[in-house]
Ligand binder design. Structure first.
Ligand SMILES: NC(=O)c1ccc[n+]([C@@H]2O[C@H](COP(=O)([O-])OP(=O)(O)OC[C@H]3O[C@@H](n4cnc5c(N)ncnc54)[C@H](O)[C@@H]3O)[C@@H](O)[C@H]2O)c1
Length: 253
């Protein structure tokens, strides 16, 4: 198969494991060089060692996306080093623990932190990386969630806002030929989801899917690579669901 990302550069946030690492592996298989970032330095180094052993050039950068200053400094460094950036995958996110359970009892400080990481950081990073993205007429893929359609938790609210943010980003970045789309995954098997979500969640969500399959990080990465590829050159400003048909839940007998 032709390598769709040969001579291209992809930057992936939250690349220390789970979905982010699945993206990194697939981009590497298809010839891309990689910029990997996360707050988890040890996880990043392990991911990079694996990818380099497979021949993929990659750099690692510990960045806390809750900090606008850190995100901007990191992006400036990347733009200085790489005049062209083909793909930005905004995958990093807070998904488990308090953000997924709490709502009315959360302090304003926590709300703002959750929104900073899950909703605003994708825009801050994209804007700061814009010079290199524009030169490549690059592509941005935001990872939202099926939970965005039922925002009964802080997590759902941050991801619903990221859907809206995706439309706004697509609108303004189109001026530079940059496409912006989002993927809304269902419950996918990752090391974090397996350890942080109750087993009952996997069974309940699967019972609501049209297809009785367990989704994986690779399902999301495969869709992300399509959206990032030239095959999707006419697609921007879309939220693409990848959830085995959960949309009809509650309406089927
Ligand atoms: N697994 C699922 O079922 C599922 C479903 C829908 C959406 N998602 C989304 O997919 C993405 C990845 O999920 P995952 O299951 O692989 O979880 P994960 O926790 O393994 O991945 C998230 C990554 O983001 C990083 N991160 C968190 N806060 C950060 C910060 N402030 N700065 C930089 N990096 C930070 C974490 O260190 C982690 O490596 C998340 O955005 C999540 O909301 C996951």
């Amino acid at each position: 198969m032709a390598k769709r990302f040969a001579d291209k550069l992809a930057l992936i946030t939250g690349a220390a494991g789970g979905m982010g690492l699945a993206f990194a592996r697939k981009f590497a298989e298809e010839g891309a060089a990689l910029v990997l970032t996360d707050v988890d330095q040890a996880g990043l180094e392990a991911a990079a060692a694996e990818l380099r052993a497979q021949g993929a050039p990659c750099s690692t950068h510990r960045v806390d996306l809750a900090s606008e200053k850190d995100s901007q400094q990191f992006a400036a460094q990347i733009c200085e080093r790489h005049s062209r950036l083909d793909v930005l995958v905004n995958n990093a996110g807070l998904a488990y623990g308090e953000i997924a359970h709490s709502f009315e009892s959360l302090s304003q400080e926590k709300w703002l932190r959750f929104l900073a990481v899950n909703t605003v950081a994708p825009l801050i990073l994209a804007q700061a990386l814009r010079p290199s993205l524009a030169r490549a007429r690059g592509v941005i893929v935001n990872i939202t969630s099926m939970a965005s359609y039922v925002p009964a938790t802080a997590y759902g609210v941050t991801k619903a806002a990221l859907n809206a943010m995706t439309f706004g980003m697509a609108n303004v970045f189109a001026a530079d030929g940059i496409r912006v789309n989002a993927i809304a995954p269902g419950v996918m098997e990752t090391p974090a989801s397996r350890t942080q979500l109750p087993q009952g969640t996997f069974e309940r969500v699967q019972s609501q899917q049209l297809l009785k399959l367990q989704g994986t990080a690779d399902d999301i990465a495969a869709l992300g690579l399509f959206l990032a590829s030239d095959d999707a050159r006419f697609i921007t400003c879309e939220i693409v669901n990848c959830d085995a048909g959960s949309r009809l839940r509650g309406w089927r007998g």
